[in-house]
Design a protein around this ligand. Sequence first.
Ligand code: EPS
Length: 364
Amino acid sequence: MTLSLVTAGESHGPALVAVLSGLPAGLRLDRAAIDDDLRRRRQGYGRSPRQRIERDEVEVLAGLRHGVTLGTPLALLVRNRDHQSWSWGMSPWPPEGEPVGKGTSPVTLPRPGHADLAGTLKYGHDDVRNALERASARQTAVHVAAGAVAKALLAEIGVIVTGRVLEIGGERDEEGWRRATDAARKARDTLGGVVEVVAEGVPPGLGSYADKPDRLDARLAAALMGVQAVKGVEIGDGFALARRRGSEAHDEIEPDGRRATNRAGGLEAGVTNGEPLVVRAAMKPLPTLMRPLRSVDLASGEPATALVERSDVQAVEALAVVAEAAVAWELARAVREKFGGDALVDLVAAYRAYRERIGWPPAR
Ligand code: EPS
């Protein structure tokens, strides 16, 4: 038994969709909690005017009755309100009438750092928009909706997942984040940053060392690297461990099985060890620059500057929410694999029996 997620949607198309399969029946979902995560994702000091257009409210098309999962695929939809300005340019069917609105002429100026050039070459597009629309981080909205469902499942066994910003543009406090964002906006430039996700209440034994694809650290890294603009992931003390001696890199085991330190970030050999899970992701500066970088005009082959269009100065606060959702999803998958159950009560019973067998959490 596992969870799987399929998503679809272009940034300025009609909507984003997600189909979640493998959820147990009997899980109560709270619409306000899902919408609240969608709202958190939209916020942030460096966000573009696009976020004032979007509402990002989840619609459920299947798999839920009266707020409770049926054990069948759950289909979620988040509409793109901005599509109304692109209804000709992003029409799924051949558009009727005269070209009107945005996206009516082909984009031929690929942005360094975006999917534009590689995507256009790979798929044989003659309009860069055909690549950039799906590669856009707009897609993360529906992943956050799926993550909110995963968090509801995890909460049933007492696991809480929280994401937060650590750095924006090299600054480590809120005032610095604003200052750096204002300065970058003024310079028509962009910023990146670092976020951290912590999961509390995670039992030992999720994931496995049995085979490479089973390792939960590898799975979490893939889940986070799969988020737009993420260029680095570390677990626990990550890269800093490489500079320490072994005596200062590991977490000594107390008689009750707990640890006084958590340098491993809750994962040893790809398996959770009962300590909080700690994962960080580094986001590169966004590639759409108001002062564009050198590029090529794909129509003429001549030197040019890259596409300039409305974008965020930085979206690190949004990444904290998206990373939280990605970690929650991967953890929920590991929970489904370990505890199974067609009905939620079966999953919770299996979890309780396991906890009893291993005596976790130890009484302190
Ligand atoms: C994005 C470009 C911008 C961002 C977008 C991601 O979109 P637009 O071109 O419509 O201004 O705002 O993010 C979102 C729309 C969102 O909801 O997060 C990109 O190129 O990745």
